[in-house]
Design a protein around this ligand. Structure first.
Ligand code: ADP
Ligand code: ZN
Ligand code: MG
Length: 479
């Protein structure tokens, strides 16, 4: 049998760090990148006798995420202890949620080759992040940094509804964009604030029973997730084809060798000896509380997309690209407010801005200039102050050292030459220097005009107004 005879089953457990100012059970800041152990206190360092206090924002953000993903919100939820030992977990237990998560039974809709598909969400619960081990040669061992200990997380568990690595990636992108829109997480994958445990199994087509799954822990790039899934599919099919059985285990994906390695046998819920957290009260939510959060939900990507199709006449493809990221979408809308030219802003985002993001591997959130500056750039071109080729140079400048585009072109001397006298002077000079082209044009070769305009552009370093140049050449050539 071959790969075509198998069906792939994937379920994802996504961890997203919430962008609250303080940690989940103490008032330490959550900022990323601070010096080790400078954002800690007796509570998140697990000193004996300390008590946790639940950060209300964490509940609010989790409920917001639940509402944005069509979940039912539990009116009566609680925290539980999940016991395990690891050096980055000073309490030797993690406060999480076991049998009464805040949100359940939701879904996220994704686009697939076969059309729209709903991916079920089993649950969303709140929990605390662990610290970090830094393996350090000089120290002759590992150093623990507890800045991350107690940073709030939501864990979003999907049903095993995904059927390929493409669907898994589409789901992860969609979920990421929803969390960005509702502003509960910055989802910076390279900083680990959006990461996934990837469960994969295969079964023979038609088999009603799910196959045994393996789980790859803590994956934080789309590329490794895709590669990891593809590798696991092939490996599991090989095991079965050779008459063996896939073992349920936790794996580590290694990007360098492109392989998975066993980390440990899969633990069961009973291994964690869950029990209700005795130091925290139950989380009871009123209808009014939930209703208030519902009212703060912003417009989500799907609805923005519809609006872009209707109001601005964007193509489906462009609207998809722009709304996939809240930051691009905000940039788009902000710039339109300034310049009132949606077509032009759309073009800048889809072509030049997307290209630069790709080339520099920059995320939209890292774009250094703001929507006003982009809007002003469009205005300068629309007014004819600069040509669109100078516009591209201004855009590069905005990425390098963002400031008012008007200031940029003054400073660089990029203002378009639209003075009739000046244009005429250039045209006459170019005509005189290129008698052959003039003769060609007069002999019926229309292409020669393009060459002459090009020469004039070269002469003025792209600053001449192209429309005026064209007209002036035609006028002179007619004489
Ligand atoms: P745990 O929390 O111990 O990892 P769960 O039962 O909560 O276990 O399942 C975790 C994830 O594994 C869920 O996203 C679920 O969809 C997925 N999953 C469960 N069974 C399978 C399977 N046979 N193949 C692929 N994914 C699966
Ligand atoms: Zn603390
Ligand atoms: Mg798991």
């Amino acid at each position: 049998m071959s790969r075509e005879d198998y069906e792939v089953i994937i379920g994802l457990e996504v961890h997203a760090e919430l962008s609250t100012k303080t940690k989940i059970f103490c008032s330490c800041p959550t900022r990323f990148g601070a010096a080790p152990n400078t954002q800690t206190c007796p509570i998140c360092m697990a000193m004996p006798g300390t008590l946790p206090v639940l950060n209300e924002k964490v509940v609010e953000y989790a409920v917001k995420a639940g509402l944005a993903t069509n979940c039912e919100i539990s009116r009566n939820s609680k925290n539980d202890r999940k016991n395990y030992f690891y050096p980055d977990l000073p309490k030797a237990y993690q406060i999480s949620q076991y049998d009464r998560p805040l949100c359940e039974h939701g879904y996220v809709e994704i686009d697939t080759k076969e059309g729209k598909k709903k991916i079920g969400l089993t649950r969303i619960h709140i929990e605390e992040d662990a610290g970090k081990l830094n393996h350090d040669e000089f120290a002759g061992g590992s150093l623990v940094d507890l800045n991350r200990a107690g940073v709030p997380l939501i864990e979003i568990v999907s049903e095993p509804d995904l059927r390929s690595s493409e669907e898994a990636e589409e789901y992860l992108r969609k979920l990421k964009s929803i969390l960005e829109y509702i502003e509960v997480s910055d989802c910076k994958m390279q900083e680990g604030s959006y990461r996934a445990d990837v469960n994969v199994s295969v079964r023979k087509k038609g088999d009603p029973k799910l196959g045994t799954r393996t789980e790859m822990k803590n994956m934080n790039s789309f590329r490794s997730i895709t590669r990891g899934i593809e590798y696991e599919i092939d490996r599991q099919i090989d095991v079965i084809e050779e008459g063996g059985e896939v073992e349920q285990e936790t794996l580590r994906w290694d990007d360098v060798s492109g392989k998975t390695f066993p980390m440990r046998d899969k633990e069961d819920a009973q291994d964690y000896r869950y029990f209700p957290e005795p130091d925290l009260v139950a989380i009871k939510l009123s209808e009014e509380y939930i209703e208030n959060i519902k009212n703060t939900l912003p417009e989500l990507p799907e609805s923005r997309k519809e609006r872009y199709l209707q109001e601005y006449g964007l193509s489906e493809k462009d609207a998809n690209i722009i709304t996939a990221s809240k930051y691009l979408s905000d940039l788009f809308e902000g710039a339109i407010k300034v310049c009132n030219n949606p077509k032009a802003v759309n073009n800048w985002i889809i072509s030049d801005i997307s290209r630069i993001l790709n080339e520099t591997e920059m995320e939209p959130i890292e774009i250094p200039f703001d929507s006003k500056q982009l809007g002003k750039l469009v205005i300068l071109i629309d007014k004819g102050t600069i040509s669109s080729s100078i516009g591209k140079k201004v855009l590069e400048e905005l990425f390098e050292n963002p400031r008012d585009p008007e200031e940029i072109i003054k400073e660089k001397g990029w203002i378009q030459i639209s003075d009739e006298g000046a244009i005429k002077e250039i045209v006459l000079k170019v005509l005189e220097a290129n008698p052959q082209s003039v003769a060609d044009y007069k002999g019926g070769k229309d292409k020669a005009l393009g060459f002459l305009v090009g020469q004039a552009m070269k002469e003025t370093k792209g600053k001449a107004n192209p429309k005026m140049l064209n007209e002036m050449f035609l006028e002179e050539l007619k004489k």
